[in-house]
Ligand binder design. Structure first.
Ligand code: UDP
Ligand code: MG
Length: 314
């Protein structure tokens, strides 16, 4: 019998977890040809998530958990889940039921058709604020235009992957992980299917607008050096324009003598160049910061406790 591990990162999800397991179990019961196992990753929750997980584990044999020593973020939680998975297929999904488990049969069909992965994208972002939708739109078009990884607009971290693909993902050992990009970067045949976005019924979203912005910036800098090239091109263009302007000024001065006026020109040039320099240093800084963190080679997560024993992992 083929096995499937379901990886679920959880941060303050005490309310939704029992409901999540109930609904998912109902779906699993309709697919008896596969053996399912849950790997919940408690990402340093401040509520009773870990107690809820322990209760669930005592009720259901196939509920496994890993608990972090602090909040490391969803990316680290997903990595920990993948690292501890052993099944033939691995599903990654959110705990809040925004990723409906009823998609399982269709997803499994997707990989059984000969794809290494079947991933989902949101049909329509109902229930999200206009500004969020805009951030998301700008992000996807930027990402697709300037980096090596391409993904449909609305792509989410809900997917099923083969063992082969999971192993490839685990080979990418970067500390600052941007899974949406990593999933695409490793390649492999992926089938994209659409699903209807569901509003979160219990608990609240963990994302602030600033958080989303940082996430988008991470995504872009992780998979593209285009911003760095942009600085070089901009520098070149400005140098050319300056050269022309210098020539004009020189000729004017030689032919008509020194003209004292020019306060506005000087001020504009100084402010403009100042702005451009600040921007360039900022972009450079983004990359240097990433290099700095990456060179420390710190672990991606620190687990405090787990009920996965080594026998589970063979
Ligand atoms: N999550 C996590 N660590 C964090 C933030 C979120 O493990 O630091 C989990 C969270 O419990 C949920 C998933 O990541 O299962 C997605 O989070 P959320 O629903 O807040 O994001 P959204 O759906 O709004 O993008
Ligand atoms: Mg959510």
């Amino acid at each position: 019998m083929k096995t499937i591990d379901i990886i679920v990162p959880c941060y303050n999800e005490e309310e939704v977890l029992p409901l999540f397991v109930k609904e998912t179990n109902e779906v699993i019961a309709t697919i008896p040809q596969y053996k399912f196992r849950y790997i919940f990753v408690n990402d340093g929750s401040k509520d009773k998530t870990i107690e809820v997980l322990k209760t669930l584990a005592s009720r259901f044999d196939n509920v496994k958990y890993i608990s972090f020593s602090r909040n490391f973020g969803k990316e680290s939680a997903m990595y920990a889940g993948l690292k501890n998975s052993t099944a033939d297929y691995v599903i990654v999904m959110d705990a809040d039921l925004q990723h409906p488990p009823k998609m399982f049969p269709q997803m499994i069909e997707g990989v059984e058709e000969g794809n290494e992965c079947c991933a989902l994208y949101r049909a329509k972002q109902t229930g999200e604020s206009k500004i969020r939708q805009l951030v998301s739109k700008v992000f996807f078009s930027f990402q697709n235009n300037i980096s090596d990884v391409k993904m449909p607009e609305g792509a989410v971290d809900y997917r099923i992957m083969s063992r082969k693909m999971v192993n490839a993902i685990l080979d990418l050992s970067e500390v600052q992980r941007f899974s949406k990009g990593i999933f695409c970067w490793v390649g492999f045949k992926t089938k994209w299917i659409e699903y209807k976005n569901v509003e979160r019924t219990v608990g609240t979203t963990k994302w602030s607008l600033w958080g989303l912005f940082k996430y988008a910036l991470d995504g872009i800098t992780s998979f593209s050096v285009t911003p760095l090239r942009f600085i070089a091109v901009m520098g070149f263009i400005i140098s050319m324009l300056s050269f022309v302007y210098i020539l004009i000024t020189l000729i004017q001065t030689l032919c008509f003598g020194i003209d004292v006026a020019g306060y506005v020109t000087t001020l504009c040039a100084t402010l403009f160049l100042g702005g451009i320099i600040e921007l360039s240093v900022g972009i450079l800084g983004e990359y240097i910061g990433r290099i700095y963190i990456e060179t420390k080679r710190r672990p991606i997560y620190i687990a405090e406790e787990t009920n996965i024993d080594n026998e589970d992992n063979v």
